[in-house]
Design a binder for this molecule. Structure first.
Ligand code: SF4
Length: 359
């Protein structure tokens, strides 16, 4: 049996807090707990999907890993090298190995530069090739992402949304990276174009043995590209598993709720457990104590408000952070009463968990 590929990226207990300043002397009066101790690894040639609602910290996690934002604590290792405290000079050669594709292909491309200049820029920054050679290389990159070399002279406004994202992908590939972080790279595109861009990313991964951290709020998007998926809620990873495993056997109530929002392709197949959430995502300035999800979880117990659950392995490569599964995986979750006026199951699960001290 072949050895598993070594990790390209290892993130351990990564935390990012943003201070909140107020008053005449701009004192620190609190913190936004954007990323709250996340850990995972990505192997060579693997895609890890990072999914969660808006404001859960997934984009901040991506930018912190790239060190576009300095982490508050924790560690980031790239190919076994700890880069957490690297300064800008030390980061320069490392940046070649880690690139990003942004959500909005229009605002992320300089409108005053031609598409060719945009893709060539990383070659110049990293001193990768001379002018004549770089022209050929950029032309090759254009063809590789499904654009025509004659389009190198055109400006971003002359391209469609999907084509602009292809320019963003060509630019990310220019420096020959090992890891690409896609920050909602297809969210701004039409559904038919999303599929084309995802197929392109998959082909590039197969050809170039790339690793991806693919950030999205939509589980159906990450399903098609990810080998494994990490689900984030209010700065923490609450479940991490292989894609099929996560879709077939979701264990965390939040994952079950996210999957409940995914339309089922075959209406006859109604076997998926359904859970509708009530309430809004709490503020990351004052996240709930214990399990951050307890204010919306229909299974919350007294312990959930007092004790933070730990992300632990429950079999194979399936990890979950929930007191319901501390003694082993429970699947499916106990049924709960339907929310009045809704068509699905939801709320008041403290009853299901047999504890009268729910929220
Ligand atoms: Fe969190 Fe408790 Fe619900 Fe598990 S059962 S998700 S620990 S509130």
């Amino acid at each position: 049996m072949s050895e598993p590929a070594p990790p390209v990226l290892e993130v351990e207990n990564l935390t990012k807090r943003f201070p909140i300043h107020a008053g005449l002397f701009s004192r620190v009066v609190g913190h936004v707990h954007a990323v709250d101790g996340i850990s995972f690894a990505i192997r060579r040639g693997e895609t890890l999907g990072l999914v969660g609602e808006s404001g859960c910290g997934k984009s901040t996690a991506g930018k912190t890993i790239l060190k576009l934002i300095e982490p508050t604590s924790g560690s980031i290792r790239l190919n076994g090298r700890d880069i957490t405290r690297f300064g800008s000079g030390e980061m320069r050669p490392v940046r070649r190995q880690m690139q990003i594709i942004f959500q909005d292909p229009y605002s992320s491309l300089n409108p005053r530069m031609s598409a060719g200049e945009i893709v060539r820029e990383p070659l110049t920054i990293h001193g990768i090739s001379e002018a004549a050679e770089s022209h050929e290389r950029v032309a090759m990159l254009f063809e590789r992402v499904g654009l025509q070399p004659h389009q190198m002279k055109a400006f971003p406004h002359e391209f469609s949304g999907g084509q602009r994202q292809r320019i963003g992908i060509a630019r990310a590939l220019a420096a020959d990276p090992q890891l690409i972080i896609g920050d909602e790279p297809v969210s701004a595109l039409d559904v038919s174009i999303q599929a084309q861009v995802i197929n392109l990313l998959t082909e590039l991964q197969d050809d170039l043995d790339l690793s991806y951290l693919f950030i999205a709020h939509d589980l159906t998007v990450v399903e098609h590209i990810s080998h494994r998926i990490a689900v984030m809620y209010l700065g923490r990873i609450v479940e991490l598993a292989g894609t099929d495993d996560l879709f077939d056997t979701p264990l965390h109530p939040y994952t079950v709720a996210l999957l409940s929002a995914v339309p089922i392709a075959n209406p006859k197949n109604r076997s998926r457990q359904r859970l509708l959430l009530s309430g809004d995502v709490p503020s990351p300035v004052t996240p709930p104590s214990g399990c951050h999800f307890h204010t919306r979880c229909p299974y919350a117990m007294r312990r959930c408000r007092e004790e933070q659950p730990v992300l632990h392995q429950v079999g194979g490569d399936h990890w979950v952070s929930c007191h319901l599964h501390d003694a082993g995986p429970v699947h499916p979750l106990p049924s709960v009463d339907p929310v009045p006026g809704s068509s699905g199951a939801g709320v008041s699960a403290s009853r299901a968990a047999g504890d009268p001290a729910g929220p």
